[in-house]
Design a binder for this molecule. Structure first.
Ligand code: BES
Ligand code: MN
Ligand code: ZN
Length: 490
């Protein structure tokens, strides 16, 4: 998809489809008003006649007019003007594209929706909405002849926003890269395939890449990854990517859960819970996306991407309930349930990450159904001792349209994961399952790591039905938010 800045002079432009915005109360944007005047008030009359409600995401079209040289006018709702936020712009531009495709018009001109409120930055939000909204994982589907492909969007603005457009393009394409990878099924992406993607990325963007195979994992005593992976015919891996600019302001470690398929293992999942478990590598894919973006944007930060990856399967050699795993930091873990496998592989990665002595260590994982019970399907749970950092991430999410909410690392619940025969066990009680998972992870974060954050993305990483500009399937959460957060690091 290309974006072209065509200037603001609509009287000099001609084309297929022109999209303008309207606020609640049928208040047209300044450019919408210009169009309306050129059409001697036909546009505002039309909106009145049909009683158009300018709710965010709503859209309608009308035929053009001889004084305005477009075949169709698409009107998109922007909600209440005083409540306009960046994500409304994303939703509106996605809605405009959807409507244009619906009326089979691929030639779309888009005004800078909401510029009168949010300024030039809307160029970025527009582009993100278009690219995120245009994404569908359909590479395995036979093409429908009738489907409209839009290859270029014309934005009604001058060249001054070129960089802002590029920024939006990079971010959204980064998110879509993650979505493409998460959406690949478990028969296509296995641990070694994830490692190969990491090597490819490293070659393309000049990153350092190290992959530990089983032998190396054994040598290093990364026993959580080995245990979880041992029931599968496709052996586990540990991936370490580095982006190392000179000079670097800070050192950041990202850790992503890379379970390429979570069957539950011997504690096998019932069918309704096993379906969609190809999404259990979403954290790992997000880390790959982040590494790609920091390299593309040449951020002045040393960034490490750590990915423990395994397939959780039952089998003749699978790990069992009651097994005891001894970790590198000396702690032993008793297996209560083989389906609580994410924390077991993350533990190895957190120990490894702590040894890198980072300024920040952030892990992201589709870790618990309990987090979805607590916060719903759409919100990432944020666990950290640094409340200011939790707030920073949550507020960044308000701009990117990704939802975050803090949950407590309640030390009083630590007794829930006390082991009978090991130091700790991998499952707590039915209550606060997302919190006890967080407390488990904390056992493997070194004392000297001050700014550790655990993000439980079990809900928002993968949607079972479309939402906003997202089709069903992977969303790329939390890549856009973390990237924006990185950009703010001094
Ligand atoms: N991968 C799942 C968590 C999950 C659930 C992710 C739903 C995305 C959507 C994780 O490995 C798991 O199975 N967790 C168990 C833990 C339980 C056995 C303590 C869960 O949440 O049921
Ligand atoms: Mn599981
Ligand atoms: Zn899992």
């Amino acid at each position: 998809m290309q974006f072209k800045l065509v200037g603001k002079n609509i009287s000099g432009l001609t084309g297929g489809c022109l999209a303008v915005g309207v606020y609640e109360g049928q208040v047209l944007t300044p450019l919408g008003k210009e169009v309306d005047q050129a059409m001697t008030g036909l546009l505002s009359d039309f909106l009145k006649d049909i009683g158009f409600e300018a709710k965010c995401g709503n859209s309608v079209f009308m035929p053009g007019h001889k004084d305005i040289k477009f075949k169709n006018i698409v009107v998109v709702g922007l909600g209440k003007k005083e409540e306009l936020r960046p994500d409304v712009v994303r939703q509106a531009s996605a809605a405009a594209l959807k409507k244009a495709k619906e009326i089979k018009n691929a030639d779309l001109f888009l005004e800078m929706l909401g510029k009168e409120v949010l300024g030039d930055k809307v160029a970025k939000y527009l582009v993100e909405g278009i690219l995120l909204g245009n994404y569908h994982f359909d590479k395995y589907k036979r093409k429908k002849e009738t489907e409209i492909e839009v290859s270029e969007i014309k934005i009604l603005e001058d060249d001054s926003v070129q960089d802002t457009v590029l920024e939006g393009q990079l971010l959204a394409e980064g998110a879509n890269f993650v979505r493409d990878l998460v959406n690949e099924p478990g028969n296509v992406i296995r641990p070694e395939d994830l490692a190969q993607r990491a090597r490819d990325l490293a070659r393309e963007y000049g990153l350092e890449c190290t992959v530990f195979n089983e032998e190396e994992l054994k040598k290093r005593g990364m026993n959580g990854i080995l245990a979880v992976g041992q029931g599968s015919a496709h052996p586990p891996r540990f991936i370490h990517l580095v982006y190392r600019p000179q000079p670097a302001l800070k050192k950041i470690v990202f850790v992503g859960k890379g379970i390429t398929f979570d069957s539950g293992g011997l504690d096998i999942k019932p069918e309704q819970f096993m379906k969609t478990m190809k999404c259990d590598k979403a954290g790992a894919c997000a880390v790959l996306g982040l590494m790609k973006l920091v390299a593309q944007l040449k951020l002045p930060l040393e960034v490490h991407g750590l990915i423990p990856t395994a397939e959780n399967m039952p089998g003749g050699n699978a790990f069992h309930p009651d097994d005891i795993i001894v970790y590198n930091n000396g702690k032993s873990v008793e297996i209560d349930n083989t389906d609580a496998e994410g924390r077991l592989i993350l533990a190895d990665a957190l120990i490894y990450g702590s040894n890198l002595k980072p300024d920040y260590m952030i892990d992201m994982a589709t870790l618990t159904g309990a987090c979805m019970v607590a916060l719903g399907r759409l919100t990432t749970g944020v666990f950290t001792e640094n409340q200011a950092l939790a707030t920073e991430i949550k507020e960044t999410g308000e701009e990117t349209g990704e939802k975050f909410w803090p949950l407590p690392l309640d030390e009083d619940l630590k007794e829930d994961i006390k082991g009978k025969f090991g130091d700790i066990k991998n499952v707590g009680s039915r209550y606060g399952g997302a919190i006890t998972a967080g407390l488990f992870l904390k056992e493997f974060v070194g004392d000297k790591v001050k700014n550790w954050v655990h993000l439980d993305i079990a809900g928002p990483a993968f949607l079972e039905k479309p939402w906003k500009y997202y089709a069903e399937g992977a969303t790329g959460v939390p890549v856009r938010t973390l990237l924006e957060w990185l950009k703010g690091i001094k």
